[in-house]
Every structure is written in structure tokens, then in C-alpha cells.
Design a protein around this ligand. Sequence first.
Ligand code: ZN
Length: 396
Amino acid sequence: MIVEKAEEILKEYNLCNHCLGRAFGLLGKGNNYIRGRSIRLVLNMEKEAKGEGSIQEPQECELCGNVFKKTEHLARLCYDKVSKLGLEFESFLVGSKLPKEVVEKEQEIIEKFELKYAEPINRELNREIGKILELILQKPVNKSDPDVVFIVEPYSERVELQIKPLYIYGRYRKLIRGIPQTPLRGFKESVASIICKPFSEATKGKCVFHGAGREDIDVRMLGNGRPFVLEVKRPIKRRINLEKTAEEINRSGKVEVLGLRFINKEEAERILTSNHKKEYEALVYVEEGISREEVEKVVKALKGTIIHQRTPRRVLGRRADLVRVRKVHEAEGELVNERHFKLRLITDGGLYIKELISGDKGRTSPSVSEILGKKAWCEKLDVLNILDESENFING
Ligand SMILES: [Zn+2]
């Protein structure tokens, strides 16, 4: 059956032993070259017995153009490419891009001869280059999660690298007011740029900052810090000393990072989508004046209360106009002087505090202004803590 089919194929197509073997590639053991050579040998023995001429391996294979004679050269190109870059990686995978004509011709042969056990050409090519690379790189092939994928174009001899991004988790504290979280026109620095700089330098990659939520420019982020994830695209170096990098960032005196560690993509997504509760301290200004009893009234009215907040006017251009429903979990107040009091809150993530105080012309309800029946204003705001799930406390 196999030998008959092989004869039919070889009568119409001049195939090398690799391509002949691959037509039956899912049967038996060994590589396709040995498989093809064996089938051809048996076929030629039968032909000789019948007094017919043999079918030798052609000078040039009409399917692959003898690409399998180039595997060592192609592996060498991959090796040169990463050596020149100084790329750090622990594992790799080989992929290949083949011209449409080759893929179509292979499909044509498979269909014409109903080859149920054929293996596609790119699978053999990837595997053969991979075997050689494992030897010269002294690193393993990793099919599920390689640090780098070599995309080989065997005919044009181009090699492209797909480098797995690095993901780093941490928390930041913003110690001063007046810097935006991410780059903004008119500001020289941002939390993101201060954190990213040493990472870009160390990895020689492109660093992208993702914060778990954000605070306004004039708001400090204190306490245990706000979670963030750094994504470093195309890192050339991936063995970075996180402690040293943290020290470098912390020397800025503006932003501090804590708890840096490497994470994977799934963890990064989970961190960025979970909605953390937050602890705030606001300095509230009441022009008409405020008493201790009124502070108590505000605290009582806010504690455990559900707030309906329509998207603040100041962010309307950037956010959809909708009503958010968020809870104030804890509230504490302290009179500072006849026009100021401090308000400490623990709220669901995504509640705008400045508007919770001002009321934003009735768009947030209830609000401090509404409770007092007087205009109240947030003069200063700090994020004291971003709480992990289950945490619920006011420190100090
Ligand atoms: Zn071939």
C-alpha cells in the first residue's frame, strides 16, 4: 500500500527523500529522511525484481527545492542573529514562513494521493532546525512558553525574532504632588517615566507602564503604594537585578517602588483588572465654616453608604457619561480649624473623591456638600493605601 502509493507519487513528482518520507510522516519512527530513503529502497527493489528501472532521488526536489540541505546554515543564521544582539534567553522555538507556492503544492500532493499520514513541511523544517540549534545554543526547545521564537524564511534566508515580553509587578508611592501618572504635555516627568527609565536601560527593551487605577496630578499616593505592572517589549536582557533597579528609582526622591517581582502575563492581567478598595485622606474646605458636630454628621452619613456618581464633568471628554454605583466602607473625620476638616475614607475603587466632596453640581449623591447643605471643596487629597481584597482598615 505505502510502496504503491509512493510509486504513484514519484511518477508524477520529483521528490527528495525528506519530502517522500513526510508523505507518510505520521507512521513509524525515525526521521522523514530515513523514512523516505527506506520506502524508495523497497520500491526500487520491487521494480528491479520486475525488471523495471529504479527511481533515484532527484538532483533538485520539486517540492522543497532541497531546503533540508540548508538546515545547518539556517540554524547558523539564527545563532548569529541572537549572538550579535547579545540576546538573553533560556529557551526557544523555531517557526518558519514558507512561500505560498510551496504550501499549495504540498496541499495538492496530499489531496491528489489522499495522504492521510502526511506531515506538513514547516513542521519538519522547524524540528530539524530546532535540533541543530539545541546543540549549538546549548538551550532547549520550549513549545509552550519560549523566551524567543525564531521565524525563519528558508528561501530568502531571513530570520525574525519574536521575543517574549517581561512582566514586572510592583507598587509605587508618589511622594510629591504635581507629577502625572503617565506622560502628559507640559510635564517633564511622570510616575511612569521615572519608573520606566532604569528598566529600559537595563533591558534595552521598550517599557510600558500600566497602573492599577490612577490618582490625579495633585494627589500623592502614600502607604503601601499603588499596584502597577511593567511590560517590557522586546527585552534584549531579561536577567535584571530588581533590587538594584528599585534603588535607582527610589533615589529620585519623587517616586518609590516596593515589592518588585517578575510575573507572567496572566498574573499581569489579573492585577490590572481587579478592583481594589482605596483609603484616602482629604482636606476639606467649607467656606461658610464648619463645626465638630457637622463633621460628625458627614462621617455618619457617608459610612457604609452607596454613592451614585455620574461621570465627573472634568473627565467627561475621556470617560463615558454614566452613573457609577460605589460604596464608602469607612469614614473618619477630624476638625482642623473653623473652615477645614480632614476626612479619611475607605471606598470602592473607581469612586471620584473630589466629586464626592463637592457634589459636582448634583452629579454625585450623596456628597459632603449635600449632607452639610453648604459648599464643600477638596483642597488636598492623598491616597493612603490601595487595599488588597479582604483588607479593610484605617491605619493610625
Ligand atoms: Zn524535498
